[in-house]
Design a protein around this ligand. Structure first.
Ligand code: GDP
Ligand code: MN
Length: 336
């Protein structure tokens, strides 16, 4: 028969549970994804996974950003897998493209050198635009201005456990600024002069350095050199008021003026990580062991057995990245 005639009748369907966010307190938060139109299939997969494991219960609004207008296909496919509210926005030109004051000959020479040296994304200008946008601009987008908290999600990431708690409210109630699930070393070739620029900034602005900071996680010698440890920023839950505040605004401006986002290939991960580690106290940075998370090629699977069973995690604890040779969890643990 026809698909319509054979359709399962309504009486076999069950009504949804009343959404818990209507009954309880919620945070001023959004789930944020930066994506290209060509990412649509991977974007849909990430959204499905997070909606299923977390957000169908909590109903936080999603925001999608792109430097180009989103296609109708992208908007339709993504909206179809979201239970709650969704907004699609375009990044203003001046938040995205390489500024005119960058010396393009010098930038090109830097890219060519990185291509020769086989550095990942070494030749890419669009990757650099993305890193600079994620470092210093996303939280100023008009759609995001109304929100305090964001959860950054990328196309084709996995959430391996039920997340039955509200990470935003947990962070708000415990005075946390920034949360991560995976920490690792950065490629030194992408940031050869970043640490020098950081040291200059803190010499000129010592008042921004927090007393109980996390320098011990980033340096083996009290700040003389950087050990390349950073929080893997494809997963972040953080308070945008920190990025909007005076310390980080001046810090970003100082780094941006160095041109290192284009002359080198500074990533938003080391930039964010260094800033929260220096300008916040170490207990404002939170490791969410409970959140099983995978971004190719690495997975964090809950270390705690009770978190693993309670979250009905599908991941293998033995394959968790936490104590991989390339992980910085040891450096994180030693300052706890
Ligand atoms: P990787 O995780 O470092 O390999 O980098 P990705 O390719 O995953 O990019 C990081 C994030 O930025 C993802 O959310 C991408 O969808 C997004 N992204 C990267 N480049 C662009 C771009 O040129 N335009 C847009 N709109 N998004 C981008
Ligand atoms: Mn990615």
């Amino acid at each position: 028969g026809s698909a319509e005639a054979d359709a399962v009748p309504n009486e076999y369907y069950r009504p949804a549970e009343p959404p818990s966010h209507l009954l309880t307190r919620r945070a001023n938060a959004t789930i944020l994804m930066l994506a290209r139109n060509s990412d649509v299939n991977d974007a849909v997969r990430s959204v499905r996974r997070l909606e299923d494991r977390f957000n169908k219960k909590f109903g936080y609004p999603w925001v999608f950003l792109n430097e180009e207008p989103f296609s109708d296909e992208f908007k339709t496919r993504v909206s179809n897998v979201i239970n709650g509210e969704v907004t699609f926005g375009q990044v203003p030109r001046e938040h995205w493209y390489q500024p005119d004051w960058i010396d393009e000959d010098k930038a090109r020479a830097g890219r060519e050198k990185m291509v020769e040296d086989n550095i990942i994304y070494g030749g890419s200008v669009s990757y650099r635009n993305m890193c600079r946008f994620n470092s210093g601009f996303f939280y100023r987008h008009p759609i995001l201005e109304q929100y305090k908290w964001y959860w950054r999600v990328e196309p084709d990431v996995h959430f391996h456990c039920d997340i039955d708690f509200d990470p935003f409210l947990y962070m708000e109630d415990h005075n946390k600024t920034y949360a991560f699930t995976i920490t690792m070393y950065e490629y030194e070739a992408t940031i050869p002069t970043l640490w020098q620029s950081v040291k200059e900034f803190i010499q000129e602005n010592p008042q921004y350095v927090a007393k109980n900071n996390a320098m011990g996680y980033m340096s083996e010698n009290g700040g003389d050199t950087y050990n390349l440890c950073h929080f893997w920023s494809n997963f972040e839950i953080a308070n945008m008021d920190f990025w909007r505040g005076e310390a980080y605004s001046k810090f970003f401006e100082h780094l941006d003026n160095k041109g290192g986002f284009y002359y080198e290939r500074w990533g938003d991960a080391p930039v964010h990580s260094i800033a929260v580690s220096l300008f916040q106290s170490k207990d404002q940075i939170h490791f969410f062991d409970e959140i099983g998370y995978e971004h190719n090629p690495y997975t964090h699977c809950p270390r705690s057995d009770s978190a693993w069973s309670r979250g009905k995690c599908g991941c293998d604890q033995q394959k968790s990245f936490d104590y991989d040779g390339y992980s910085c969890m040891r450096q994180w643990d030693r300052i706890q």
